[in-house]
Design a protein around this ligand. Structure first.
Ligand code: NAP
Length: 290
């Protein structure tokens, strides 16, 4: 049977539709729309596209976006004061610092200035610690999107959303994706294994995964021999080839030969990342009126 394509665009759209209703209820209770401040430092074209897209989608969900642009040569102190000011602003519910920052700026120092309850990207160490403890906190957007995509695949395949006991393998151990997605899979009662650049027998480990999450940044590095028959494959990687094509970390055609469900690149994890950011923003506003 050919693998099902897990359509991240369609799922993100359905998340946004539900979010619009939730946002309207919060707006009524709060007396204003949920507000998301997006801070962009420098002129990186890819980051500019992401920020524009986030603002457009926010408006569609009834969230007020505030775009703050700072020059690439901004000082650490000025960036941190801007984030502190937003953290102290009662009318701001969510703050997103677009990463990566231009070289030379202190990313961790900047993240520390975002109030944890407004850290809708889930990257403040307080929120990461709460994730490790399995406690309530904003969950990072890309990992949260991965979990939703896995559950969508399970529904599509006629299974329950319960992931208990499934063997999940994450390739990549970044703070942004690999580690948090592994903790979130643990929260879902999976047996989670994390692989990285020093892992031995990578193919063998992946080939035993009921759920395979690839978050590496190496074009199509996982192929036929890394995919278990009937697996759910979530491809987080975004790689631009010399011919201009975008591909993931998984060879899509080969994965489709064995997997039960696969996310495409583009159109898989990417759209869900933004949808989860908006969802976290409405959660942050809702918490103020709960
Ligand atoms: P990252 O910080 O560069 O981390 C990459 C991870 O891959 C590291 O843990 C590294 O291991 C591991 N790795 C590198 N080579 C490997 C190999 N040969 N075998 C096994 N593991 C290997 O990247 P990231 O921020 O997590 O992003 C990963 C990919 O996801 C990128 O393509 C990025 O563009 C994409 N991404 C997509 C979204 C989205 O919304 N779709 C969001 C975020 C990121 P070590 O730790 O040992 O070095």
């Amino acid at each position: 049977m050919p693998a099902k394509v897990i359509d991240g665009k369609a799922l993100a759209k359905s998340v946004r539709v539900a979010l619009k209703d939730r946002s309207a209820i919060v707006t009524e209770k709060l007396g204003r729309s949920p507000k998301l401040a997006v801070v962009l430092v420098g002129e990186d074209p890819a980051s500019q596209v992401y920020v524009a897209s986030k603002s457009k989608m926010a408006k569609r969900c009834g969230i007020e976006p505030v775009d703050i642009k700072l020059p690439a040569d901004v000082s650490d102190q000025a960036l941190q004061s801007q984030l502190e000011e937003l953290s102290n602003d009662e009318t701001v519910d969510g703050i997103l610092l677009q990463l990566p920052l231009p070289k030379g700026l202190d990313e961790y120092g900047a993240l520390l200035k975002i109030a944890p309850d407004k850290d809708v990207d889930g990257l403040h160490p307080a929120n990461q610690g709460l994730l490790m403890r399995g406690a309530k906190a904003h969950r990072p957007c890309t990992p949260k999107g991965c979990i939703e995509l896995i559950k969508e695949a399970r529904r599509d395949l006629g299974h329950s959303e319960d992931l208990s006991g499934l063997n999940a393998v994450v390739v990549g151990r970044s703070v942004l994706v690999g580690k948090p997605v592994a903790f979130m899979l643990l929260e879902e009662n999976c047996t989670a294994t994390v692989c990285h650049s020093r892992s031995k027998n990578l193919e063998e480990i992946c080939a035993d995964a009921d759920i395979l999450v690839a978050a590496v940044g190496r074009p199509e590095m996982l192929g036929l021999s890394s995919v278990k028959e009937g697996a759910i494959v979530i491809d987080v990687g975004i790689n631009r080839l010399d011919d201009g094509r975008l591909v993931g970390d998984v060879n899509y055609e080969e994965a489709c030969e064995k997997a039960a469900a696969v996310t495409p690149v583009p159109g898989g994890v990417g759209p869900m990342t933004i949808a989860m950011l908006l969802s976290n923003t409405v959660d942050a506003a809702q918490d103020k009126v709960a």
